[in-house]
Design a protein around this ligand. Structure first.
Ligand code: SAM
Length: 402
């Protein structure tokens, strides 16, 4: 006989099995240890107030805490992203792992992966979150996970060095403690925001610095505390903004806004547009004066700015002009879309030329997934700063293409 309590006991297990199977199908889980960890941890116990379907959803996060403006500052990360990052981390039994940004469930996966011989520490800057994580971990039986209340910027030196450090808030920089806190062949998996886009990057140690092994697009709540992002954002007009993390870029709102009213120049590259995140990475590291253009839906509907700016698009700016990427359907070049450029202002021609050349180069030489390698070089930036280096407080990020 099936009682109500039987069915409530069985339902999470069925949802969990379906989740693991779907994560395998989508390529997020690629190894048996990660599959076993996801099959073992009762994920719903870390989201006790959420509907079961949400707790076991592949792509949706579960809200945990919002700031005074209603923006998420803590969520239970989506299962898909957690699986991808755990695969990137390559965790083995017996390892010592630090998680920066807690919630409980990911720490439980980590404990499953390192086993009884391993150690997991999770640190959060927010007392409510770390207390909640502790309760959930205990409730689910993961009493061995160590919980720490601190700003993850300084790592958790007590337990260092770690074989793996996994960061689960969007980082803007890599503080020295994350590098020195790794063993010689340790790995850091961090959602790093560069030029306005966040990628989960698996970094191995490389001399004093770090070199990437893999990267995947990711979305995370922002890092708080000492490591919070420093970015300039200017509103050109209602619903149109430019943002940059490049100290060399000048953004003069009034003049650039004026440029938008100048007639538009349209240039087409004759090159394929696909793999937008890979193209974007290439563009943002090669444009001589990069920013990110954002436009609201009503501005796009008015025809002033192309739809590519709805989610933010790499822009090339000069003092008085602006150029950004667009696309159009074009079956003649063998793929669905062709990339192009819209430019405004007195230097529209020059900006469009520079931009279109980059679109062509990328399509010709680098149009594939994973063509880039990131490096993080700690310490004072070289002067003059190479064009393709992104400066941070503690070092610089560079990318090479293969
Ligand atoms: C996406 S949530 C973490 C999700 C969690 N790992 C899980 O198991 O689902 C990000 C967390 O990072 C925390 N955080 C933000 N800045 C931090 C910092 N500087 N140090 C430690 N934790 C931080 C937030 O308080 C938030 O709880």
């Amino acid at each position: 006989m099936t009682t109500v309590s039987d069915s409530t006991v069985r339902e999470p297990a069925a949802l969990r099995a379906a989740m693991v199977s779907a994560l395998r199908d989508e390529g997020a889980i690629t190894s048996e240890p990660v599959a076993a960890a996801f099959a073992a941890v009762p994920r719903h116990l870390f989201a006790p107030d959420a509907p079961l379907e949400l707790a076991y959803d592949l792509h949706r996060t579960v809200p945990v805490k919002k700031d005074e403006n209603g923006l998420d500052i803590s969520v239970m990360s989506a299962a898909h992203l957690q699986a991808v990052m755990l695969e990137q981390a390559g965790i083995a039994p017996g390892m010592k792992v630090l998680e920066i940004g807690s919630g409980g469930v990911n720490a439980a996966y980590l404990q499953e992966l390192v086993g009884n011989e391993g150690e997991v520490t999770t640190v959060d800057i927010d007392r409510d979150i770390i207390d909640r994580a502790r309760l959930c971990l205990d409730d689910a039986g993961y009493t061995r996970v160590k919980t720490v209340l601190a700003d993850g910027e300084t790592g958790v030196p007590d337990g260092a060095p770690y074989d793996r450090i996994i960061v689960t808030a969007a980082a803007w920089d890599i503080p020295p403690s994350w590098i020195s806190g790794l063993t010689g062949n340790g790995r850091l998996v961090v959602p790093l925001t560069v030029r306005g886009t966040t990628r989960s990057i698996a970094f191995d140690r490389d001399g004093e610095g770090l070199v990437s092994r893999s990267y995947r697009l990711a979305r995370f709540v922002p890092m708080q505390g000492e490591g919070a992002a420093e970015e300039r954002k200017v509103m050109l007009r209602e619903g149109v903004a430019l943002q940059t993390d490049d100290v060399r870029v000048r953004l003069t709102a009034e003049v650039l806004n004026h440029a938008l009213d100048a007639p538009r120049l349209e240039r087409w590259s004759g090159a394929a547009f696909d793999l937008p995140d890979e193209l974007e990475l290439y563009l943002t590291f090669h444009l001589s004066s990069p920013a990110r253009l954002h436009a609201a839906k009503d501005v796009v509907e008015s025809g002033l700015v192309e739809a590519s700016a709805l989610l933010g698009v790499p822009a090339l700016v000069s003092e008085d002009s602006i150029a950004y990427r667009t696309r159009r359907e074009n079956e003649g070049i063998g793929v669905g879309f062709e990339s192009g450029v819209i430019a405004h202002g007195p230097q529209a021609e020059a900006l469009a030329d520079e931009y279109v050349n980059l679109l062509r180069h990328w399509a010709q030489d680098h149009r594939r997934r994973g063509a880039a390698t990131f490096r993080y070089l700690p310490g004072p930036a070289p002067t003059p700063l190479p064009q393709d280096a992104v400066l941070r407080r503690h070092g610089a990020v560079t990318v090479v293409w293969h």
